[in-house]
Design a protein around this ligand. Structure first.
Ligand code: UFG
Length: 320
């Protein structure tokens, strides 16, 4: 049994990871300021502390009281478009307050950090599929903050011996029976198509003139349960003395926007109107992971990340 501090554990991926940690018998402490998360996302068997990560007093006393073996750091802002309009809070949270967390870890001699990073660190990739060593050209302040904090983690390893695994998520998707993605406003493709399938709205396809087989943008969708599983493996890996590394988390298979729409029609049996619109600013044509390093280092295999299973896992919960 390990003790794990989960920052941002009231958010989507953080809550599913907390559920899995609790299910395997770990002791979990969640810290979340609820600025984006929801208190009812936190598993009742986890200890929940509502606080800002920038509050050193609270963080230090949590670390002293619980002495976690590892920290999984989810807390941060994630909306790419918002980061373009208002970058300050992204730099403040994703780099500044996150560094405060590291300082508290150093003072309490806690050295294992699993960090929520993103495929957004790559920007427009030179090659596909994307390996971890490819050049990083983040195209948004959000992507820049994730890349910057990965580098801060590297500095803290040299200076203080903190080891880390930076998990670079591709397109997180899907749901579990107890956790669904909730964003306001919702910008993600699959929740928006499902809303159209429920009869709520028309789905807009952002761009039909990309250099892809059907002209729409291609992404690598990975089920949230598979993402969560990688975090548990990364905790064990670090506790066993594993070396710091970034790891891509994707299925390795890309689907176009039109293919996702077709999958929703197939799985739900619903038809709905599709509006063919213009490109959304900043969207790369194609992002597909090479996840082989995560397989080699963690023994990680995505098990629930077929497109139909991702869609079905969300659709089955539509009335919940
Ligand atoms: N799209 C549409 N219509 C919609 C919503 C999205 O056509 O209503 C398209 C987008 O243009 C894109 C694709 O569907 O081509 C996927 O869009 P999402 O908004 O679901 O996801 P993104 O790929 O833009 O972004 C996600 C995460 C980011 C992360 C990025 C890294 O939300 O946090 O993956 O690859 F940075």
């Amino acid at each position: 049994m390990h003790t794990v501090l989960v920052t941002g554990g009231a958010g989507f991926i953080g809550s599913v990871t907390t559920d899995q940690l609790v299910a395997r018998g770990d002791r979990v402490v969640v810290i979340d300021d609820l600025s984006r998360g929801f208190a009812d996302n936190v598993h009742p068997d986890a200890t929940f502390v509502q606080s800002d990560l920038g509050d050193r007093g609270v963080v230090e006393s949590l670390l002293a009281d619980y002495r976690p073996d590892a920290v999984i750091h989810f807390a941060g802002y994630i909306a790419v478009g918002e980061s373009v309009r208002d970058p300050g809070p992204f730099v403040d949270r994703n780099v500044g307050r996150s560094t405060t967390l590291l300082d508290c870890l150093v003072r309490n001699q806690i050295g294992n950090v699993v960090f929520s990073s993103s495929a957004a660190v790559y920007g427009e990739p030179d090659q596909l599929p994307i390996g971890e060593d490819q050049a990083k050209y983040p195209t948004s302040p959000y992507g820049w903050t994730k890349w910057a904090f990965e580098q801060v983690l590297g500095f803290y390893e040299v200076a203080h011996g903190i080891r880390h695994v930076a998990l670079r998520y591709f397109n997180a998707a899907g749901a579990t029976p107890s956790r669904v993605e909730r964003h306001e406003p919702e910008t993600h493709l699959i929740p928006n198509i499902l809303e159209a399938a429920r009869g709520g709205q028309t789905i807009s396809v952002f761009g039909t003139d990309y250099a892809t087989p059907d002209g729409t943008a291609i992404r690598d969708y990975v089920h949230v349960s598979d993402l969560a599983d990688a975090h548990l493996r990364a905790v064990d890996y670090l506790i066993e003395g594993g070396a710091s590394t970034p790891l891509n988390l994707g299925s390795g298979v890309g689907f176009s926007v039109m293919q996702v729409i077709d999958a929703v029609r197939r799985v739900t049996g619903q038809d709905f109107p599709v509006d063919l619109g213009d490109r959304r600013d900043g969207d790369p044509p194609e992002l597909v992971a090479d996840p082989s390093r995560a397989r080699a280092v963690l023994g990680w295999e995505p098990k629930r990340s077929s497109l139909d299973e991702i869609v079905r896992s969300c659709w089955e919960l539509r009335d919940a």
